[in-house]
Design a protein around this ligand. Sequence first.
Ligand SMILES: Nc1nc2c(c(=O)[nH]1)N[C@H]1C(S)=C(S)[C@@H](COP(=O)(O)OP(=O)(O)OC[C@H]3O[C@@H](n4cnc5c(=O)[nH]c(N)nc54)[C@H](O)[C@@H]3O)O[C@H]1N2
Ligand SMILES: Nc1nc2c(c(=O)[nH]1)N[C@H]1C(S)=C(S)[C@@H](COP(=O)(O)OP(=O)(O)OC[C@H]3O[C@@H](n4cnc5c(=O)[nH]c(N)nc54)[C@H](O)[C@@H]3O)O[C@H]1N2
Ligand code: SF4
Ligand SMILES: [Mo]
Length: 727
Amino acid sequence: MDEPRRTFSYCGLCDACCGVVVDHDGARVRSIRGDPDDPLSRGHVCPKVVAHADLQEDPDRLRRPLRRRGNDWEEISWADALDEVGAGLARVTRECGSDAVGVVFGNPAGHHAATLLALPFFASVLGTHNVFSANSTDAWPRMLASLLVYGNQALLPVPDIDRTRFLLVLGANPAVSNGSLLTAPDCGRRIADIRRRGGRVVVVDPRRTETAALADRHLFIRPETDVLLLLALLHVVLGEGPVCPGALAGLLDGEEELRAIAQAYPPERVAALVGIEAATIAGLAREFRGASPAVCYGRMGTTTQSFGTSASWLIDALNLVTGNTDREGGAMFARPVVDLAGLAERLGRRGSSGRRPSRATGLPDLDGEQPLAALAAEMETPGPGRIRALLTVAANPVLSRPGGTRLDHALAGLDFMAAIDLYVNETTRHAHVILPALAPLECDRLPVLEYAYAVRHAARHAPPVLRADPQAREDWRILLDILSAAGRRRGGLRGAAWRASAAAACAIGPNRVLDLLLRTGPHRLSLAKLDAAPHGLDLGPLQPRLAAHLKEAGRRAQLAPEPCRRDLERVERFLADDVRRAAGELRLVSRRTMRGMNTWLANCRRLAPARDSCTLQIHPLDAKARGLTDEGRAEVSSEAGTIEVAVELTDGMMPGTVSLPFGWGHGRHGARAGLASRHPGASINDVIADDRVDTLSGTSAFEGAPVRVRPVGAAAPAVPPVKGRCS
Ligand SMILES: Nc1nc2c(c(=O)[nH]1)N[C@H]1C(S)=C(S)[C@@H](COP(=O)(O)OP(=O)(O)OC[C@H]3O[C@@H](n4cnc5c(=O)[nH]c(N)nc54)[C@H](O)[C@@H]3O)O[C@H]1N2
Ligand SMILES: Nc1nc2c(c(=O)[nH]1)N[C@H]1C(S)=C(S)[C@@H](COP(=O)(O)OP(=O)(O)OC[C@H]3O[C@@H](n4cnc5c(=O)[nH]c(N)nc54)[C@H](O)[C@@H]3O)O[C@H]1N2
Ligand code: SF4
Ligand SMILES: [Mo]
């Protein structure tokens, strides 16, 4: 064991990237706390930070490669494991073609810039188009809206919460999530500060969330009706005055079209459907218009629903027509140290949608990436390009993607599966070989994506804090080693090309590429400069960027992009359908908890819940109508499946809606997480069908899925099963 040491680093379990002070002995964390000298997080950390200590001590965490043996696993050497994965991928590409190999990467991969460089490289050398990521269950609609409105899918608006006077939050819970596409450590305090400065905060959510508790006002909204609310807000704003383009004067197209659209949605028309009174909507519109500056911010609740792209578009439209885009305190566009939007512009890769739709479902791709909603169908549907082998990297789609049960079956039927992960999770339990990944503090990290959407410009580099097993390696390196092994097994010219590509990429290494990106980026940094600032660098507040960017690119922002206008036909169908909806069904929404991180960290000792917090939150009136009692058990069902959970009565739920936490369901046979399985809960995605999508973007629409709820053991009602599709 080494001498006790202190290292400054950052957490990085979520986007907030809170600075930490780690006291350790080179292998184990002795204590970890917030770094008061981190310019962005200023000492803040959330309860999850202790997971870094737990990940070093967890007996269930993988440290050696595993090979399946019947229903059990055996540890094997790295050389054998890589060879076996290489052989599996080589065989399937040879027999069934390159597209027969699917690659799925999950949310944690996004926290490693090196992995983000290696993954597309890996897939393109292998020649597969079947690449999926957690983004198609998350931010795709936001990215597609940016492509349609600003012409670049990487130009994502960041609400300038540190300087705004009015924050309108739709479908986000930053007091718990700490911000999403909004890197702002201690986000709850920053939002509370808006009110301390005399500003106002309004939260619109079917659940009275932890963020709502910090706001001046919370409004319940019926799930998936944000588009209607936004159209009604625009109706009032545009009906009572001219567009105020602000910084974007002369750079806006589509004003007349937007006006014509909004005219058809007076608050009185949408009030009953949205669940907010017409006078309240009109008042909110006037308040937003009158505040200076104001900003509307939407996240998961507005993207992972049937009208995710259109909701994101209309949020932009509201900010644009009130002059709040590209303005301090409004919707800003960062100019980060690694400038993804600028890079995309220079490379002519601003994004695309629907150029290579999913073979099995016809759902659109986003910039060549396939939608996770199609994953099971791509494995089940016969024909050329059917996925027969899968590699998952930091992903758990059995729990994180709607249609969990369907995917479970499809995975069991694959010819070959390999995974890179820290655990035998609900997905990786189907693999033939699992390669162990490193914990965050064992990796060399540079937050690129996280700081691309930060509320201030910032940068940092964190070399590994803890020493890992000498054989273990980072994900990017594992990917290249797999490529090399697959090349050996494949043989011939193709195999030689794979090996040569892997060798060249290894020789360059990700840090050289990142250093180059930093040097050529807008802040002219370098890895060496970042290493001289172990607490991280604050590079100042966001500056207006969009207008200059659009002028330089010779483009204008689109207030009423054609695909979104066409999508309103679907909104109208939804309105018509709504009237015919079956009696008795409830709308399901997801929630996140402070001590959980998506589907993982459930096995961390210090984060283990004291009680079953996987509860169905339901309004007392809805519960009474169904004979449900507080702490009783409920059966939640839909066409996709049925789960059982504990009931929690709360008037914090909008009547007609229920909420389940996302990330639970650790009771599946074969997953290896002893602690997590003591409080397994149930997976929300087992009752959401995977054909519920925002058809415009191909994104899974879990929010608002219709379900039936009854006490466990009660006789089934004589009604047809609930259909979840919305297209
Ligand atoms: N119903 C519903 N579904 C949802 C959501 C919701 O709100 N409601 N949220 C969606 C969202 S926003 C997201 S991002 C997705 C997340 O979905 P996923 O990305 O599939 O799930 P995660 O739990 O984030 O991470 C998956 C795995 O990564 C492993 N891991 C952690 N760090 C590393 C690493 O450095 N390397 C490797 N190789 N493995 C690592 C963990 O052990 C874990 O098993 O789920 C989506 N699904
Ligand atoms: N503690 C913790 N932090 C996390 C995570 C975690 O699992 N745990 N996950 C991380 C990840 S990957 C992400 S992407 C972010 C997500 O960060 P956020 O988007 O801030 O968090 P969510 O909890 O998904 O918030 C979505 C909200 O939308 C509401 N909602 C559902 N349907 C609708 C609707 O139709 N309209 C409206 N207006 N609201 C609706 C839900 O009730 C919920 O409150 O959090 C990140 N941070
Ligand atoms: S908010 Fe929590 S999980 Fe996210 S980076 Fe900070 S300490 Fe880590
Ligand atoms: Mo996410």
